[in-house]
Write a protein that binds this ligand. Structure first.
Ligand SMILES: [Zn+2]
Ligand SMILES: [Zn+2]
Length: 162
């Protein structure tokens, strides 16, 4: 995180609490972290906090645009503090490891729908699924693939103009 968590909260007019600061720090320290892991980190830092309070804080931070939530299929929701750059993710099918990859174009939506059917599209959610280098090394029996298979999962979100 580039800025001080307390300052970030203040800038948005959000009440600064020890819990919120600890949650922001936890997300910042471990990108693509689960709510459970955030709860563990917060407990280690400031003591008891309920999982519900962690979810509440995360939900608020996501709504305020300070935290981004991604939900790979088959995984718990993951949280990160890299926001606003429309970056995408590489996800390993074997071990679930998630890493960032810059947006191919640089701005959302970076993919044109073949037919937008009248929707005003503002985002294409892209996840590249495959196997990470570590998992490729583990399974030598398999044929060496010339290139990792990439699958794009696109979820178009629309916004209606009133
Ligand atoms: Zn892996
Ligand atoms: Zn990310």
């Amino acid at each position: 995180m580039h800025a001080d968590p307390a300052q970030l909260l203040r800038q948005r007019g959000i009440q600064v609490t020890a819990q919120r600061i600890a949650v922001l720090r936890a997300v910042s320290a471990r990108p693509h972290v689960t709510a459970d892991a955030v709860a563990d980190a917060v407990r280690a830092e400031i003591g008891a906090i309920s999982l519900q309070s962690v979810y509440d804080a995360l939900g608020m931070l996501v709504a305020e645009g300070l935290v981004r939530r991604i939900q790979p299929s088959g995984s718990a929701a993951l949280y990160e503090d890299r926001v606003g750059d429309n970056h995408h993710h590489l996800i390993c099918r074997s071990c679930g490891r998630v890493v960032d990859v810059d947006c191919a174009v640089g701005a959302a939506p970076c993919l044109e729908a073949v037919d937008d059917q009248g929707y005003e599209i503002d985002e294409a959610e892209v996840a590249y699924w495959g196997r990470c280098p570590g998992c490729q090394g583990k399974s030598r029996k398999r044929k060496p693939s010339t290139k990792q298979k990439q699958k794009h999962h696109h979820k178009q979100r629309s916004r209606q103009h009133g």
